[in-house]
Design a protein around this ligand. Sequence first.
Ligand SMILES: Cc1cc2nc3c(=O)[nH]c(=O)nc-3n(C[C@H](O)[C@H](O)[C@H](O)COP(=O)(O)O)c2cc1C
Length: 207
Amino acid sequence: MRRLIICGSPRAVGRSSALAWALADAYRALGDEVEIVSIASVDIAPCTGCLVCENNKRTVGRDPLYCVIADSMIRVRALLNETEALTVISPVYFSGAPAQLKAFFDRLQPYYYAQMFDQKRPVDLFVVGEGGDPHGFGSLVGEARSALAVAGFRLERVHDWVGLIGVDGRLLDEAGALDGGRIFPASAYLMQTPTGVFPKTREAAGV
Ligand SMILES: Cc1cc2nc3c(=O)[nH]c(=O)nc-3n(C[C@H](O)[C@H](O)[C@H](O)COP(=O)(O)O)c2cc1C
Protein backbone atom coordinates (compact mmCIF):
# COMPACT_ATOMS: atom_id res chain seq x y z
CA MET A 1 0.00 0.00 0.00
CA ARG A 2 1.20 3.54 -0.78
CA ARG A 3 1.24 5.52 2.44
CA LEU A 4 2.01 9.16 3.17
CA ILE A 5 3.08 10.36 6.60
CA ILE A 6 2.63 14.07 7.38
CA CYS A 7 4.76 15.03 10.35
CA GLY A 8 3.06 18.17 11.68
CA SER A 9 5.62 19.66 14.06
CA PRO A 10 7.40 22.91 13.22
CA ARG A 11 10.45 21.29 14.84
CA ALA A 12 12.37 19.12 12.38
CA VAL A 13 13.65 16.93 15.21
CA GLY A 14 11.52 16.22 18.26
CA ARG A 15 8.87 13.82 19.54
CA SER A 16 6.78 13.88 16.35
CA SER A 17 9.74 13.18 14.06
CA ALA A 18 10.82 10.28 16.29
CA LEU A 19 7.34 8.79 16.00
CA ALA A 20 7.30 9.44 12.23
CA TRP A 21 10.53 7.52 11.71
CA ALA A 22 9.38 4.64 13.96
CA LEU A 23 6.07 4.47 12.08
CA ALA A 24 7.79 4.57 8.68
CA ASP A 25 9.90 1.56 9.76
CA ALA A 26 6.81 -0.27 11.03
CA TYR A 27 4.80 0.37 7.84
CA ARG A 28 7.73 -0.62 5.61
CA ALA A 29 8.07 -3.85 7.61
CA LEU A 30 4.42 -4.53 6.66
CA GLY A 31 5.31 -4.01 2.97
CA ASP A 32 4.00 -0.44 2.52
CA GLU A 33 5.70 2.16 0.34
CA VAL A 34 6.18 5.19 2.60
CA GLU A 35 6.77 8.89 1.90
CA ILE A 36 7.24 11.41 4.71
CA VAL A 37 6.44 15.11 4.48
CA SER A 38 7.79 17.12 7.40
CA ILE A 39 5.91 20.37 7.91
CA ALA A 40 9.18 21.78 9.31
CA SER A 41 10.91 21.25 5.98
CA VAL A 42 8.31 22.54 3.54
CA ASP A 43 7.12 26.01 2.74
CA ILE A 44 3.32 26.22 3.09
CA ALA A 45 1.88 29.71 3.45
CA PRO A 46 -1.51 30.18 5.12
CA CYS A 47 -4.68 30.33 3.02
CA THR A 48 -5.79 33.94 2.52
CA GLY A 49 -9.41 33.05 1.72
CA CYS A 50 -9.21 34.66 -1.75
CA LEU A 51 -11.46 31.84 -3.02
CA VAL A 52 -9.98 31.89 -6.53
CA CYS A 53 -10.11 28.07 -6.21
CA GLU A 54 -13.91 28.32 -6.10
CA ASN A 55 -13.82 28.99 -9.86
CA ASN A 56 -11.28 26.31 -10.81
CA LYS A 57 -13.80 23.86 -12.22
CA ARG A 58 -15.60 26.58 -14.20
CA THR A 59 -12.37 27.91 -15.73
CA VAL A 60 -11.42 26.15 -18.95
CA GLY A 61 -7.98 24.57 -18.90
CA ARG A 62 -7.31 25.28 -15.25
CA ASP A 63 -6.05 22.61 -12.84
CA PRO A 64 -9.05 21.78 -10.59
CA LEU A 65 -6.67 22.06 -7.61
CA TYR A 66 -5.15 25.39 -8.68
CA CYS A 67 -4.16 27.79 -5.87
CA VAL A 68 -2.80 31.30 -6.38
CA ILE A 69 -0.08 30.56 -3.80
CA ALA A 70 2.74 28.67 -5.54
CA ASP A 71 4.73 26.92 -2.82
CA SER A 72 5.43 23.40 -1.51
CA MET A 73 1.70 22.62 -1.55
CA ILE A 74 2.05 21.83 -5.27
CA ARG A 75 4.31 18.87 -4.46
CA VAL A 76 2.39 17.89 -1.33
CA ARG A 77 -0.91 17.82 -3.28
CA ALA A 78 0.65 15.40 -5.80
CA LEU A 79 1.65 13.08 -2.92
CA LEU A 80 -1.82 13.39 -1.34
CA ASN A 81 -3.49 12.50 -4.62
CA GLU A 82 -1.38 9.36 -5.07
CA THR A 83 -1.54 7.95 -1.57
CA GLU A 84 -3.83 5.10 -0.54
CA ALA A 85 -3.61 5.81 3.20
CA LEU A 86 -2.55 8.80 5.26
CA THR A 87 -0.90 9.12 8.65
CA VAL A 88 -0.84 12.52 10.33
CA ILE A 89 1.34 13.11 13.37
CA SER A 90 0.70 16.33 15.27
CA PRO A 91 1.86 17.92 18.49
CA VAL A 92 -0.93 19.45 20.57
CA TYR A 93 -0.62 23.25 20.69
CA PHE A 94 -3.27 24.53 23.09
CA SER A 95 -5.76 21.82 22.18
CA GLY A 96 -5.30 22.31 18.41
CA ALA A 97 -2.72 21.93 15.65
CA PRO A 98 0.46 24.03 15.37
CA ALA A 99 -0.08 27.01 13.04
CA GLN A 100 2.13 25.47 10.35
CA LEU A 101 0.04 22.29 10.23
CA LYS A 102 -3.18 24.33 10.33
CA ALA A 103 -1.88 26.23 7.29
CA PHE A 104 -1.55 22.88 5.49
CA PHE A 105 -5.11 21.92 6.50
CA ASP A 106 -6.51 25.26 5.29
CA ARG A 107 -4.67 24.97 1.97
CA LEU A 108 -6.80 21.87 1.22
CA GLN A 109 -9.66 24.22 0.33
CA PRO A 110 -9.25 23.70 -3.47
CA TYR A 111 -10.29 20.06 -2.88
CA TYR A 112 -13.59 21.30 -1.42
CA TYR A 113 -14.56 22.65 -4.86
CA ALA A 114 -12.84 19.95 -6.94
CA GLN A 115 -14.80 17.03 -5.36
CA MET A 116 -12.48 14.55 -7.08
CA PHE A 117 -12.49 11.49 -4.80
CA ASP A 118 -15.44 9.06 -4.80
CA GLN A 119 -13.81 6.73 -2.28
CA LYS A 120 -12.54 8.02 1.08
CA ARG A 121 -9.05 6.87 2.04
CA PRO A 122 -8.24 6.04 5.68
CA VAL A 123 -6.38 8.40 8.02
CA ASP A 124 -4.69 7.65 11.34
CA LEU A 125 -3.98 10.70 13.53
CA PHE A 126 -1.14 10.35 16.04
CA VAL A 127 -1.23 13.00 18.76
CA VAL A 128 1.95 14.02 20.57
CA GLY A 129 2.23 16.24 23.63
CA GLU A 130 3.86 16.73 26.96
CA GLY A 131 0.59 16.36 28.86
CA GLY A 132 -0.50 18.30 31.89
CA ASP A 133 -2.91 20.48 29.91
CA PRO A 134 -6.47 19.76 31.10
CA HIS A 135 -8.10 20.84 27.82
CA GLY A 136 -7.25 17.77 25.75
CA PHE A 137 -7.01 17.90 21.95
CA GLY A 138 -10.59 17.78 20.66
CA SER A 139 -9.91 20.83 18.47
CA LEU A 140 -7.00 19.07 16.76
CA VAL A 141 -9.16 16.03 16.01
CA GLY A 142 -11.93 18.25 14.62
CA GLU A 143 -9.56 20.26 12.41
CA ALA A 144 -7.96 17.13 11.00
CA ARG A 145 -11.29 15.37 10.42
CA SER A 146 -12.90 18.35 8.70
CA ALA A 147 -10.00 19.43 6.46
CA LEU A 148 -8.96 15.94 5.39
CA ALA A 149 -12.55 14.95 4.57
CA VAL A 150 -12.65 17.45 1.69
CA ALA A 151 -9.42 15.99 0.28
CA GLY A 152 -10.93 12.50 0.04
CA PHE A 153 -9.94 11.06 3.41
CA ARG A 154 -11.77 9.63 6.41
CA LEU A 155 -10.30 9.98 9.89
CA GLU A 156 -10.58 6.47 11.32
CA ARG A 157 -8.37 6.25 14.40
CA VAL A 158 -6.82 8.62 16.90
CA HIS A 159 -3.64 7.42 18.62
CA ASP A 160 -3.05 9.35 21.83
CA TRP A 161 0.71 9.45 22.50
CA VAL A 162 0.51 12.43 24.90
CA GLY A 163 3.08 11.94 27.65
CA LEU A 164 4.37 8.73 26.07
CA ILE A 165 7.43 10.03 24.19
CA GLY A 166 10.52 11.22 26.04
CA VAL A 167 12.35 14.50 25.23
CA ASP A 168 15.00 12.37 23.54
CA GLY A 169 12.32 10.93 21.21
CA ARG A 170 12.26 7.54 22.93
CA LEU A 171 8.83 5.86 22.79
CA LEU A 172 7.92 5.06 26.39
CA ASP A 173 5.23 2.57 25.38
CA GLU A 174 6.60 -0.95 25.01
CA ALA A 175 3.93 -1.89 22.43
CA GLY A 176 5.76 -0.14 19.56
CA ALA A 177 4.85 2.70 17.25
CA LEU A 178 1.86 1.14 15.48
CA ASP A 179 0.17 -0.56 18.43
CA GLY A 180 1.36 1.73 21.21
CA GLY A 181 -0.31 4.74 22.77
CA ARG A 182 -4.01 4.88 23.58
CA ILE A 183 -6.01 4.09 20.42
CA PHE A 184 -9.56 5.38 19.99
CA PRO A 185 -12.00 5.31 17.05
CA ALA A 186 -12.26 8.84 15.62
CA SER A 187 -16.02 8.65 16.23
CA ALA A 188 -15.25 8.93 19.97
CA TYR A 189 -14.49 12.61 19.38
CA LEU A 190 -17.70 14.52 18.72
CA MET A 191 -17.31 18.04 17.39
CA GLN A 192 -20.82 19.40 17.66
CA THR A 193 -22.57 22.37 19.18
CA PRO A 194 -24.98 21.54 22.03
CA THR A 195 -27.84 21.39 19.49
CA GLY A 196 -25.76 19.24 17.14
CA VAL A 197 -26.09 21.81 14.33
CA PHE A 198 -23.84 24.77 13.69
CA PRO A 199 -26.12 27.87 13.61
CA LYS A 200 -26.28 29.20 10.07
CA THR A 201 -27.65 32.65 10.87
CA ARG A 202 -27.06 35.28 13.54
CA GLU A 203 -30.72 34.93 14.56
CA ALA A 204 -30.39 31.16 15.04
CA ALA A 205 -27.24 31.75 17.06
CA GLY A 206 -29.09 34.24 19.23
CA VAL A 207 -26.62 37.09 18.68
C1 LIG B 1 2.68 26.76 21.87
C2 LIG B 1 2.70 25.39 22.51
C3 LIG B 1 1.53 24.90 23.06
C4 LIG B 1 1.51 23.61 23.63
N1 LIG B 1 0.34 23.13 24.13
C5 LIG B 1 0.31 21.86 24.62
C6 LIG B 1 -0.92 21.30 25.09
O1 LIG B 1 -1.95 21.96 25.09
N2 LIG B 1 -0.92 20.01 25.53
C7 LIG B 1 0.22 19.26 25.54
O2 LIG B 1 0.16 18.08 25.92
N3 LIG B 1 1.41 19.76 25.11
C8 LIG B 1 1.47 21.03 24.65
N4 LIG B 1 2.65 21.55 24.19
C9 LIG B 1 3.84 20.71 24.22
C10 LIG B 1 4.13 20.06 22.87
O3 LIG B 1 3.01 19.35 22.40
C11 LIG B 1 5.32 19.13 23.05
O4 LIG B 1 6.44 19.94 23.34
C12 LIG B 1 5.63 18.29 21.82
O5 LIG B 1 6.75 17.51 22.14
C13 LIG B 1 5.99 19.08 20.59
O6 LIG B 1 6.19 18.19 19.54
P1 LIG B 1 7.60 18.04 18.84
O7 LIG B 1 8.55 17.54 19.88
O8 LIG B 1 7.37 17.07 17.76
O9 LIG B 1 7.97 19.40 18.32
C14 LIG B 1 2.70 22.83 23.65
C15 LIG B 1 3.89 23.36 23.09
C16 LIG B 1 3.89 24.63 22.53
C17 LIG B 1 5.18 25.15 21.93
